[in-house]
Design a protein around this ligand. Structure first.
Ligand code: 5AD
Length: 342
């Protein structure tokens, strides 16, 4: 569907009956284009060391209240074994951003070992901005997907959320390089982050489409008490769900995640995300004892559950949304497959 910017804005602001209609039509578009299956991505938050200082983020460099951790290789491989046993067709290796050679080599080794043991498993990286050589090396080792949120598609807004030393152009360029190398590329934004307008959100949707992204993850902004945005309002569930629905109408065959942050603001947030058009879910696989070290925002859910608890809980949530858990499937983005075929 090709909506004008004013049509997008109108839909983003829809409430009550209009909103129910929007979600229902997005769910239908999802069912017709990518089916009723929900794909799993086992989320392994393997390190919270970060060289960036994003104003909104709980694990930003200058937050001295965070106890820093990095999982040992064996612990990571256990998480991967768990994901394979659980039937998660894909894992996401997520961390703060580090560009050191030792860090990149470590990630490279994880990718190689995972590929060796589980050749069919989708390996997604989410380790921030890296140079092209690093992206290529990790791709050649077997990582096939990459998540890097643009956070906002508006340059001026980007600088209200990030320190001066960061660059909007650089981040955008990373996305283009990742695509050029051959990754399945995911990005996303925070919804109702400080200074964001509904026009910005409409532009974000246009940005995703214009840049041919394969996967999108978006969640509400949630303030973290150790940041300058600590008193800021939390993003609203309605806006977050409307974003998912309008995105589905605009990009019918991409993968869209029902983000964990949705569940932080509503106990059934992730189910609602699925019912509004999402088709991907990311159960937590990070060992329980490390989870409190990856608090990007206050009230992050799943802190006291084991990975097994998360598995059962997520399957139940998918079923309660009337959808089918796609265990054992890698769930590549249909859009990506078409893009590759040309
Ligand atoms: N609220 C919501 N999402 C956040 N993230 C980081 N900090 C917050 C916050 N305070 C998101 C960013 C990042 C992803 C890993 O987590 O979008 O890309």
């Amino acid at each position: 569907m090709k909506l004008t910017k004013s049509e997008i804005i109108k839909l983003l602001l829809s409430k009550d009956d209009e909103q129910a209609k929007l979600h229902a039509s997005a769910a239908l578009v999802r069912n017709e284009n990518v089916g009723q299956k929900v794909y799993f991505r086992g989320l392994i938050e393997f390190s919270n060391f970060c060289e960036n200082d994003c104003h909104y983020c709980g694990i930003r460099r200058s937050n001295a209240n965070v106890e820093r951790y990095s999982l040992e290789m064996d612990e990571i491989l256990e998480c991967i074994d768990f994901s394979a046993r659980a039937g998660y067709g894909s894992v996401v290796l997520q961390s703060g951003q580090l560009q050191s050679k030792s860090f990149v080599d470590f990630v490279d080794k994880i990718v190689q070992k995972t590929k060796e043991k589980y050749p069919e498993m989708g390996i997604t990286l989410s380790i921030g901005e890296q140079n092209r050589k690093t992206y290529k090396k990790l791709f050649d080792s077997g990582a096939t997907r990459y998540l890097l949120r643009i956070e906002t598609s508006n340059r001026d807004h980007y600088f209200k959320l990030h320190p001066e030393e960061m660059s909007f152009e650089k981040r955008k360029n990373c996305l283009l390089e990742l695509k050029d190398i051959g990754y399945q590329v995911g990005t996303g934004v925070m919804i109702e982050s400080p200074y964001q307008t509904v026009e910005n959100l409409a532009d974000d949707l246009v940005f995703f489409k214009e840049n041919d992204l394969d996967m999108i993850g978006m969640g509400p902004f949630i303030p973290h008490s150790d940041t300058i945005f600590s008193g800021h309002a939390t993003g609203r569930l309605e806006t977050a769900l409307n974003m998912i629905s309008v995105l589905r109408l605009e990009m019918p065959d991409i993968n869209i995640a029902a983000s964990t942050a949705l569940q932080a603001i509503s106990p059934t947030g992730r189910e609602l995300g699925l019912m509004a058009g999402a088709n991907v879910i990311m159960p937590m696989v990070t060992p329980k004892k490390y989870r409190r070290g990856f608090l990007l925002y206050d009230g992050k859910p799943c802190q006291n559950e084991s990975s097994k608890d998360c598995m059962r809980c997520i399957i139940a949530r998918i079923k309660s949304a009337g959808l089918t858990p796609a265990l054992g499937e890698t769930g590549d983005s249909e859009y990506f497959k078409k893009r590759k075929r040309g």
